[in-house]
Design a protein around this ligand. Structure first.
Ligand code: 5GP
Ligand code: ZN
Length: 112
């Protein structure tokens, strides 16, 4: 998608503080962190949200979850972390390219 912020970050057209990258996925630090450690994991291919995951594109989502633990350790999250994906308006999704927030570095509370 030519007009998608995270597609541009994935393509290296917009700089990001990268934590992990391979041919399928990218992990980079969130620009406005809400926890001591806050990074995002995205597929390089454009998928709009959790709502748009299907039989054709789900392999890369599984791959993200296969890698998250390793990336979290790399980021220093050795005492646990939270994974969140905001999907659509009510969840407050602001970037319409699926992404998984990984939060940690302190004991997190639980409220919505
Ligand atoms: P959402 O609100 O869609 O779940 O999450 C989007 C996240 O992307 C937000 O936490 C926001 O801070 C982050 N973000 C927005 N623009 C940029 C950017 O240009 N670079 C980085 N690294 N993060 C961004
Ligand atoms: Zn995109």
């Amino acid at each position: 998608m030519s007009d998608c912020l995270f597609c541009k970050i994935a393509a290296g057209e917009i700089p990001s503080k990268k934590l992990y990258e391979d041919d399928k996925i990218l992990a980079f630090y969130d620009i406005s962190p809400i926890a001591p450690v806050h990074f995002l994991v995205i597929p390089k291919e454009h998928i709009q949200s959790v709502d748009m995951v299907n039989e054709e594109n789900s392999a890369v989502i599984a791959y993200i979850f296969q890698k998250i633990g390793e990336i979290a350790k790399e980021a220093g999250l050795t005492n646990g972390y939270r994974v969140i994906s905001n999907c659509g308006a009510d969840a407050g999704q602001t970037v319409p390219h699926i992404h998984f927030h990984v939060l940690g570095g302190k004991e997190l509370n639980w409220q919505v």
